[in-house]
Design a protein around this ligand. Structure first.
Ligand code: GAR
Length: 207
Protein backbone atom coordinates (compact mmCIF):
# COMPACT_ATOMS: atom_id res chain seq x y z
CA UNK A 1 0.00 0.00 0.00
CA UNK A 2 1.36 3.39 -0.98
CA UNK A 3 1.23 6.21 1.58
CA UNK A 4 -0.59 9.19 0.10
CA UNK A 5 -0.09 12.68 1.62
CA UNK A 6 -2.59 15.29 0.45
CA UNK A 7 -1.61 18.98 0.62
CA UNK A 8 -4.44 21.51 0.88
CA UNK A 9 -5.03 25.22 1.46
CA UNK A 10 -8.79 25.78 1.33
CA UNK A 11 -12.19 24.20 0.95
CA UNK A 12 -10.91 20.74 0.18
CA UNK A 13 -13.56 19.51 -2.25
CA UNK A 14 -10.84 17.65 -4.16
CA UNK A 15 -9.67 16.09 -0.90
CA UNK A 16 -13.30 15.05 -0.32
CA UNK A 17 -13.43 13.47 -3.77
CA UNK A 18 -10.32 11.45 -2.86
CA UNK A 19 -11.80 10.39 0.49
CA UNK A 20 -15.09 9.36 -1.18
CA UNK A 21 -13.24 7.41 -3.88
CA UNK A 22 -11.18 5.68 -1.19
CA UNK A 23 -14.37 4.76 0.71
CA UNK A 24 -15.77 3.24 -2.49
CA UNK A 25 -12.58 1.18 -2.92
CA UNK A 26 -11.56 3.11 -6.01
CA UNK A 27 -8.03 4.04 -4.88
CA UNK A 28 -6.33 0.77 -5.59
CA UNK A 29 -2.93 0.17 -3.99
CA UNK A 30 -2.86 3.32 -1.86
CA UNK A 31 -4.39 5.00 1.16
CA UNK A 32 -4.54 8.61 2.33
CA UNK A 33 -2.31 8.61 5.39
CA UNK A 34 -2.03 12.33 6.07
CA UNK A 35 -3.38 15.77 5.13
CA UNK A 36 -1.06 18.77 5.34
CA UNK A 37 -2.56 22.27 5.27
CA UNK A 38 -0.83 25.59 4.62
CA UNK A 39 -3.78 27.35 6.21
CA UNK A 40 -4.95 26.73 9.80
CA UNK A 41 -8.52 27.80 8.87
CA UNK A 42 -8.90 25.51 5.84
CA UNK A 43 -12.23 23.65 5.77
CA UNK A 44 -10.27 20.74 4.28
CA UNK A 45 -9.02 20.09 7.84
CA UNK A 46 -12.62 19.43 8.97
CA UNK A 47 -13.04 16.99 6.11
CA UNK A 48 -9.86 15.12 7.15
CA UNK A 49 -11.02 15.01 10.77
CA UNK A 50 -14.45 13.62 9.80
CA UNK A 51 -12.75 10.92 7.76
CA UNK A 52 -10.38 10.05 10.63
CA UNK A 53 -7.29 11.09 8.70
CA UNK A 54 -4.30 12.59 10.53
CA UNK A 55 -3.71 16.21 9.67
CA UNK A 56 -0.79 18.57 10.15
CA UNK A 57 -0.87 22.36 9.77
CA UNK A 58 2.25 24.06 8.46
CA UNK A 59 1.16 27.71 8.18
CA UNK A 60 2.73 29.55 5.24
CA UNK A 61 2.58 32.77 7.25
CA UNK A 62 5.12 31.48 9.76
CA UNK A 63 7.89 31.21 7.15
CA UNK A 64 9.74 34.11 5.60
CA UNK A 65 10.18 32.63 2.12
CA UNK A 66 9.22 29.80 -0.17
CA UNK A 67 12.48 27.92 0.40
CA UNK A 68 12.25 27.68 4.19
CA UNK A 69 8.55 26.84 3.89
CA UNK A 70 9.28 24.09 1.38
CA UNK A 71 11.99 22.68 3.66
CA UNK A 72 9.40 22.35 6.43
CA UNK A 73 7.01 20.60 4.02
CA UNK A 74 9.81 18.27 2.89
CA UNK A 75 10.63 17.35 6.47
CA UNK A 76 7.00 16.47 7.15
CA UNK A 77 6.64 14.44 3.94
CA UNK A 78 9.76 12.47 4.88
CA UNK A 79 8.43 11.93 8.41
CA UNK A 80 5.17 10.63 6.94
CA UNK A 81 7.13 8.37 4.56
CA UNK A 82 5.05 9.64 1.65
CA UNK A 83 5.07 7.53 -1.51
CA UNK A 84 2.79 9.97 -3.31
CA UNK A 85 2.09 13.66 -2.65
CA UNK A 86 -1.17 15.10 -3.98
CA UNK A 87 -1.63 18.86 -4.29
CA UNK A 88 -5.40 19.21 -3.97
CA UNK A 89 -6.09 22.94 -4.02
CA UNK A 90 -2.66 23.68 -2.54
CA UNK A 91 -2.03 27.32 -3.40
CA UNK A 92 1.72 27.49 -2.87
CA UNK A 93 4.44 26.81 -5.42
CA UNK A 94 6.90 24.41 -3.85
CA UNK A 95 10.63 25.00 -4.07
CA UNK A 96 12.78 22.52 -5.97
CA UNK A 97 14.06 21.00 -2.73
CA UNK A 98 10.65 19.25 -2.62
CA UNK A 99 10.08 18.68 -6.34
CA UNK A 100 13.55 17.11 -6.73
CA UNK A 101 13.19 14.87 -3.67
CA UNK A 102 9.77 13.68 -4.90
CA UNK A 103 10.44 13.61 -8.63
CA UNK A 104 7.40 12.11 -10.46
CA UNK A 105 5.82 11.50 -7.06
CA UNK A 106 3.86 14.77 -6.78
CA UNK A 107 0.53 15.13 -8.58
CA UNK A 108 -1.33 18.43 -8.94
CA UNK A 109 -4.82 19.30 -10.15
CA UNK A 110 -4.97 22.51 -12.20
CA UNK A 111 -8.36 23.97 -13.19
CA UNK A 112 -7.59 24.66 -16.88
CA UNK A 113 -6.29 22.89 -19.96
CA UNK A 114 -2.51 23.22 -19.60
CA UNK A 115 -0.62 24.87 -21.32
CA UNK A 116 -3.41 27.49 -21.27
CA UNK A 117 -4.18 29.64 -18.23
CA UNK A 118 -1.47 28.21 -16.01
CA UNK A 119 1.79 29.12 -14.30
CA UNK A 120 2.49 31.64 -11.59
CA UNK A 121 -0.54 33.74 -10.60
CA UNK A 122 -3.05 31.33 -12.14
CA UNK A 123 -4.88 29.69 -9.28
CA UNK A 124 -8.45 29.23 -8.03
CA UNK A 125 -11.13 31.52 -9.44
CA UNK A 126 -8.57 33.68 -11.27
CA UNK A 127 -8.00 30.90 -13.79
CA UNK A 128 -11.67 30.89 -14.77
CA UNK A 129 -11.82 34.70 -14.89
CA UNK A 130 -8.92 34.66 -17.37
CA UNK A 131 -10.45 31.87 -19.49
CA UNK A 132 -13.76 33.77 -19.75
CA UNK A 133 -11.96 37.04 -20.45
CA UNK A 134 -10.20 35.34 -23.37
CA UNK A 135 -13.47 33.89 -24.67
CA UNK A 136 -12.53 30.20 -24.86
CA UNK A 137 -15.33 27.82 -25.81
CA UNK A 138 -13.97 24.81 -23.94
CA UNK A 139 -12.08 24.64 -20.69
CA UNK A 140 -11.35 21.87 -18.22
CA UNK A 141 -8.79 20.56 -15.79
CA UNK A 142 -5.40 18.91 -15.95
CA UNK A 143 -3.87 16.35 -13.62
CA UNK A 144 -0.08 16.48 -13.94
CA UNK A 145 3.19 15.69 -12.24
CA UNK A 146 4.87 18.59 -10.48
CA UNK A 147 8.38 19.66 -11.42
CA UNK A 148 10.46 22.77 -10.65
CA UNK A 149 8.37 24.98 -13.01
CA UNK A 150 4.80 25.95 -12.07
CA UNK A 151 2.22 23.79 -13.91
CA UNK A 152 4.84 22.50 -16.36
CA UNK A 153 5.24 18.84 -15.37
CA UNK A 154 4.12 15.85 -17.44
CA UNK A 155 0.37 15.69 -18.06
CA UNK A 156 -1.37 12.52 -16.80
CA UNK A 157 -5.05 13.19 -17.56
CA UNK A 158 -7.16 16.04 -18.94
CA UNK A 159 -10.89 16.51 -19.26
CA UNK A 160 -13.01 19.22 -20.85
CA UNK A 161 -16.30 21.05 -20.39
CA UNK A 162 -18.11 23.39 -22.78
CA UNK A 163 -18.18 27.05 -21.83
CA UNK A 164 -21.69 28.56 -22.01
CA UNK A 165 -22.34 32.17 -23.06
CA UNK A 166 -23.68 32.98 -19.61
CA UNK A 167 -20.97 31.25 -17.58
CA UNK A 168 -19.43 33.26 -14.75
CA UNK A 169 -16.08 32.37 -13.12
CA UNK A 170 -18.10 30.72 -10.35
CA UNK A 171 -20.34 28.60 -12.61
CA UNK A 172 -17.38 27.58 -14.78
CA UNK A 173 -15.37 26.60 -11.70
CA UNK A 174 -18.26 24.50 -10.38
CA UNK A 175 -18.79 22.81 -13.75
CA UNK A 176 -15.09 21.94 -14.06
CA UNK A 177 -14.84 20.68 -10.48
CA UNK A 178 -17.94 18.46 -10.72
CA UNK A 179 -17.33 17.10 -14.21
CA UNK A 180 -13.57 16.86 -14.35
CA UNK A 181 -11.52 17.51 -11.19
CA UNK A 182 -13.46 15.31 -8.74
CA UNK A 183 -13.42 12.42 -11.24
CA UNK A 184 -9.94 12.64 -12.73
CA UNK A 185 -7.92 13.38 -9.59
CA UNK A 186 -8.94 10.14 -7.79
CA UNK A 187 -8.50 8.27 -11.07
CA UNK A 188 -4.94 9.55 -11.55
CA UNK A 189 -4.07 8.79 -7.92
CA UNK A 190 -5.28 5.22 -8.35
CA UNK A 191 -3.39 4.83 -11.63
CA UNK A 192 -0.21 6.00 -9.88
CA UNK A 193 -0.69 3.63 -6.95
CA UNK A 194 -1.38 0.73 -9.32
CA UNK A 195 1.89 1.50 -11.14
CA UNK A 196 0.06 2.19 -14.39
CA UNK A 197 1.79 5.47 -15.27
CA UNK A 198 5.00 5.28 -17.29
CA UNK A 199 7.35 8.16 -18.01
CA UNK A 200 9.13 8.33 -21.36
CA UNK A 201 11.06 11.34 -22.64
CA UNK A 202 9.50 13.53 -19.96
CA UNK A 203 5.94 12.58 -20.91
CA UNK A 204 3.49 10.49 -18.90
CA UNK A 205 1.62 7.55 -20.46
CA UNK A 206 -1.19 5.55 -18.87
CA UNK A 207 -1.24 1.89 -19.87
C1 GAR B 1 -9.65 23.67 -7.41
O1 GAR B 1 -10.41 24.14 -8.47
C2 GAR B 1 -8.23 23.39 -7.86
O2 GAR B 1 -8.16 22.88 -9.16
C3 GAR B 1 -7.63 24.77 -7.80
O3 GAR B 1 -8.20 25.38 -6.67
C4 GAR B 1 -9.45 24.77 -6.35
C5 GAR B 1 -9.36 24.21 -4.95
O4 GAR B 1 -10.58 23.70 -4.51
N1 GAR B 1 -6.20 24.68 -7.72
C6 GAR B 1 -5.38 25.60 -8.24
O5 GAR B 1 -5.78 26.60 -8.78
C7 GAR B 1 -3.90 25.30 -8.09
N2 GAR B 1 -3.13 26.03 -9.04
P1 GAR B 1 -10.72 22.67 -3.30
O6 GAR B 1 -9.93 23.22 -2.13
O7 GAR B 1 -12.19 22.66 -3.01
O8 GAR B 1 -10.21 21.33 -3.75
Amino acid sequence: MKNICVLVSGGGTNLQALIDAQDRGEIKGGRISCVISSNPGAYALERAKKAGITSVVIPRKEYSDSKTYSEAILEELNRQKADLVVLAGFMIILDECVTKAYDYKIINVHPALIPSFCGEGFYGLRVHEKALEYGVKVSGATIHFVNEKADAGAIILQGTVDVANDDTPETLQKKIMENVEWKLLPKAVSLFCEGRITIKDGKAYVD
